[in-house]
Design a protein around this ligand. Structure first.
Ligand SMILES: [Fe+2]
Ligand SMILES: [Fe+2]
Length: 172
């Protein structure tokens, strides 16, 4: 190998390493956004649905989307926000936990009800309203804390932790 080709080869590998390093890693907030959009769409379909069969299948899909999302979000995002200094951040983190609890109870209730009855439809509406309210606040309050306090690298790590934590959640 001539000196020139070895220099060219070395240059290519250095440039390759640099481009690998600067390649943007997925951000936790992008993953959360995509999952919020998905569950909101499923909830809209549920409230608009006229058949019991479709309603039951949508409840199962909502459960499969919502339960791992909320559990992993608590572990990876809320607990990181709760660990920040200052009372207001802790209020946001606690509010998130409480709203997840309310959504989870409402979803469990919905799961036990007979589909296409007035009680089922009312419970589905309440779940949709709860989740929409929760997502709106989370995307403004919790995300502002994440953007303000965590670097791009930390957010990429949070994304990896979130995906891993989701896999460990069991649907009861
Ligand atoms: Fe969320
Ligand atoms: Fe949440």
């Amino acid at each position: 190998m001539t000196v020139r080709t070895s220099i060219e080869k070395a240059t290519r590998s250095v440039l390759g390493a640099i481009s690998l390093q600067t390649e943007a890693q997925p951000d936790i907030l992008d993953t959360l956004q995509a999952e919020h959009d998905e569950v909101q769409e499923l909830l809209s379909k549920l409230v608009d649905s006229d058949t019991g069969r479709e309603q039951k299948s949508l409840v199962a899909r909502i459960k499969a989307a919502l339960v791992p999302h909320t559990k992993a979000e608590e572990k990876v995002v809320y607990d990181a926000v709760l660990a920040l200094k200052g009372g207001p951040a802790k209020v946001d983190g606690n509010e998130g936990y409480i709203e997840h609890g309310l959504a989870s109870e409402t979803l469990k209730k919905l799961d036990k009800l007979t589909a296409n009855t007035p009680e089922f439809k009312a419970t589905a509406k309440v779940l949709k309203e709860l989740v929409n309210h929760h997502i709106k606040e989370e995307e403004s309050n919790i995300w502002a804390r994440v953007k303000e306090n965590f670097s791009d690298e930390r957010r990429a790590q949070m994304n990896r932790d979130f995906l891993l934590a989701k896999k460990k959640v069991k649907l009861s």
